[in-house]
Design a protein around this ligand. Structure first.
Ligand SMILES: [Zn+2]
Ligand SMILES: [Zn+2]
Length: 371
């Protein structure tokens, strides 16, 4: 091949690789230390990082950009009505939204943007709202579940009207968007996440190659993907899923997804895939958010941490909807005794994801182009 042809060939392949990644081809890393430094968002700060400048802000004040925080509260259900654009005034609407948020996250409901509140606000989180159509899905013990006298101490919640998979559909299938071309290693992470819920319920989950026919449809997207819930780049919202029996499970393709070992991360943008998957499956089965910080259904997760064990709160909630697994008979009380044990012992998924290979290939072609 002549020198120029070689250049053209390399350029064509690089372009096609780049265009695939732009359309939402997600990147995976075998562990957090394998995320290369140039993947950290130096030029684009993580979503919501700018909220730091609101520290100490209170009613009656006006700060540039405060309207963005109102949009945030609107997105997660704390401000129900959306004007054409939010003002930068810290008004009564803002204060009442903030107090509700602070209550849901077990913070002092001061109505002031103190440091602990800001820290919680900027933490990466699930895109599903905490207040849905006026129903605060996080108000502990005040949800639909509270009408059940045995569950007044539960922090778990359900979606409004308590949608579930019907008893005739407890053997569910899941499929992956073919365009994402996920490796078996990545698919195995989802299988592990499903198995955690299957262990405590009569539900079963089986992978199918037919994405269009699957009960649960798993897809990585970036930005706007036509369901009214656009993703926002690195950190911010990580994923969202719809209540039964919709089955859509979307993850933000812009995250640095780690398939194992996220707890040892030194990269601030590393997000543990299994932790997010276990949480979103809870939504797919009918659970709302919990205000109990240790629960899987708590809305936020710090980047670089792994949190995959169902807590007694999660188990109590899901078993109220579906009952126990007749084979394992794990209940929330047996799970509680596990929780006092020696912590998680997750086997982990080993091996290098095919996308890591892709990064190397792209780097090699970049090198070729410079020759
Ligand atoms: Zn969620
Ligand atoms: Zn979506």
């Amino acid at each position: 091949m002549k020198h120029t042809e070689c250049h053209l060939f390399a350029a064509a392949i690089l372009l096609s690789l780049l265009s695939t990644s732009v359309s939402g081809f997600p990147f995976f890393f075998p562990n957090a230390s394998s995320v290369p430094p140039w993947f950290t968002p130096n030029t684009t700060p993580p979503a919501w990082q700018s909220f730091h400048k609101f520290a100490g802000c209170r009613n009656g004040e006006q700060v540039d950009g405060l309207g963005k925080l109102k949009e945030y509260f609107h997105h997660f259900g704390y401000i129900p009505d959306s004007p054409s654009n939010f003002t930068d005034d810290f008004d009564d609407t803002m204060e009442s939204a903030l107090k509700k948020y602070q209550q849901n996250f077990n913070l002092n409901a001061t109505g002031v943007l103190d440091n602990s509140t800001i820290q919680q606000l900027i933490r990466p989180r699930c895109g599903v709202a905490d207040i849905i159509n006026g129903t605060n899905t996080m108000s502990s013990g005040k949800s639909a579940a509270s009408t059940h006298s045995l569950h007044t101490v539960g922090h778990y919640t359900f979606f409004p009207h308590q949608p579930t998979w019907p008893s005739s559909r407890l053997d569910l299938t899941y499929g992956f968007l073919p365009d994402n071309q996920l490796s078996d290693t990545v698919k195995a992470v989802f299988a592990k996440a499903f198995a955690r819920w299957a262990a405590v319920t009569p539900l079963t989950f089986t992978m199918t190659d037919s994405y269009s026919m699957a009960d649960i449809k798993i897809a990585f997207y970036t930005g706007d993907h036509s369901d009214g819930e656009p993703f926002d780049g690195v950190l911010g919202t990580l994923a969202h899923a719809f209540s039964p029996t919709d089955g859509r499970f979307h993850l933000d393709g812009a995250e640095n997804w780690v398939v194992d070992d996220a707890s040892k991360s030194s990269i601030s943008s590393a997000v543990d895939l299994e932790s997010v998957a276990v949480h979103e499956i809870g939504h797919l089965l009918g659970l709302g958010h919990s205000s109990y910080g240790d629960a899987i259904m708590y809305p936020t997760i710090s980047s670089g941490t792994k949190k995959v064990e169902l807590w007694s709160d999660d188990i109590e909630g899901i078993q109220l909807l579906y009952g126990t697994n007749p084979n394992t008979n794990i209940t929330s009380s047996t799970a509680s005794s596990r929780e006092t044990g020696s912590g998680s012992s997750n086997g982990g998924v080993h091996g290098v994801g095919r996308c890591w290979g892709l990064v190397i290939i792209m780097a090699l072609f970049s090198l070729l182009l410079t020759l």
